[in-house]
Ligand binder design. Structure first.
Ligand code: MRU
Length: 357
């Protein structure tokens, strides 16, 4: 067994940490060049950090928003529960406007809204919010560990896995992760796993963050540009593809980082299994298909510049959808904390929903 096992424990980073009166986050825009932490004391700073991708990845956004709502509640001075709840609702609405695609954000907001509902004093509601955010954080931690271990069963010793974007601790805010969590769990079981990481244009989450995490864990990684993925699949270098998800519809259609759809189609063409790894909190049980998912369109400067350096002539415009939809038919399985879900997704995801409620 290789000595990489349990490095997840030894080298755990804390990308999102609640310190009682503030939220400490690792500023992911600075990685890998600097490991800088930000101490956020105002909920508006948390919203900006989410918008600017200082904290990012669907589960980490959800956890940050839950604590951010606590910060918002702390700021509210109104005496009287009605006025307090009205102000709290404005805080929740501000969070809901931060990024549109990851359902985990809306899931977290929903849980916090519910926590504020039962009759209580203002201080009672504030205490309930804090308790709920901490419980949500713990639940996500357990979910990521469970799905990672479940997914590890799909990886054989010696596998080379292609992944996209960043889906480890940085993206989830907790130990393990989604796609990277599955890889880490397989390595902890003693399997020799090699990773091919897409750089993930335009914001380079693969090049900057995934390689950073894997290097710390001593898991061998080869960085490739997004456009090389098909080449390596056709050369039979890749045994399977695993990515995370920002929102999964009832039919299995999955929104994830732009470029995921192309990978899934290439994987099918090359007879390579394509898996999504995601906690149940990334499933949107209210939507039937991916066509109902709102895709975030980001600032064109993210395409026209790389780290502030212009790469296109002045006057050129760029499109910048941050996510795409992979149709469920290209997904061989969805690895969740409640087990591995297989097609037909209309049936298996609904079953998951029924079992959970
Ligand atoms: O724009 P980002 O960096 O927040 O996008 C992140 C992704 O697309 C991840 O793959 C997804 O959130 C799943 S991470 C556990």
């Amino acid at each position: 067994m290789r000595k990489v096992a349990n490095t997840a424990e030894a080298k755990a980073v804390k990308p999102v940490e609640w310190l009682g009166d503030r939220l400490k986050i690792l500023d992911q825009t600075e990685l890998p060049l600097a490991e800088k932490y930000l101490q956020l004391t105002d909920y508006r700073q948390v919203i900006s950090a989410i918008k600017e991708l200082r904290v990012r990845g669907a589960p980490a956004i959800g956890i940050s928003a839950a604590y951010g709502i606590c910060l918002g509640a702390m700021l509210i001075r109104e005496i009287g529960t009605r006025k307090f709840r009205d102000s709290l609702e404005r805080v929740c609405a501000d969070f809901a406007a931060a990024r549109p695609t990851a359902v985990n954000l809306f899931h977290a907001i929903g849980i916090m809204r519910e926590a504020a509902k039962p009759p209580a004093t203002v201080s009672g509601i504030k205490a309930a919010l804090l308790k709920t955010a901490a419980a949500f954080n713990r639940k996500e931690e357990t979910a990521m560990a469970k799905l990672s271990r479940a997914g590890a069963a799909l990886l054989a010793d010696g596998f080379t896995v292609l992944t996209h974007c960043n889906t480890g601790q940085l993206a989830t805010g907790v130990r393990y992760g989604t796609a990277l969590g599955v890889i880490k769990a397989a390595v902890e079981q003693g399997k020799r796993i090699r990773v091919y990481a897409d750089e993930t244009r335009p914001l380079l989450q693969g090049a900057r963050l995934t390689t950073w995490e894997l290097k710390r864990l001593n898991i061998p990684v080869t960085l490739i540009t997004d456009s090389m993925a098909g080449f390596y699949m056709s050369k039979r270098v890749i045994d399977c593809v695993i990515t995370g998800a920002d929102r999964i519809a009832l039919n299995g259609d999955t929104a994830n980082k732009i470029g995921t759809y192309s990978l899934a189609v290439l994987a099918r063409e090359n007879h390579i299994p394509f898996y999504i790894a995601a906690p149940v909190s990334s499933i949107d049980f209210t939507i039937k298909s991916g066509s109902q998912i709102s895709i975030e369109e980001r600032d064109e400067r993210e395409i026209l510049q790389i780290r502030g350096i212009k790469i296109a002539p002045a006057g050129v415009h760029a499109a910048n959808p941050a996510f795409d939809i992979t149709p469920g038919r290209y997904i061989n399985a969805i690895i969740t904390d409640r087990g591995i879900v297989k097609p037909p997704y209309q049936r298996s995801i609904l079953k998951l929903h029924k079992e959970g409620s």
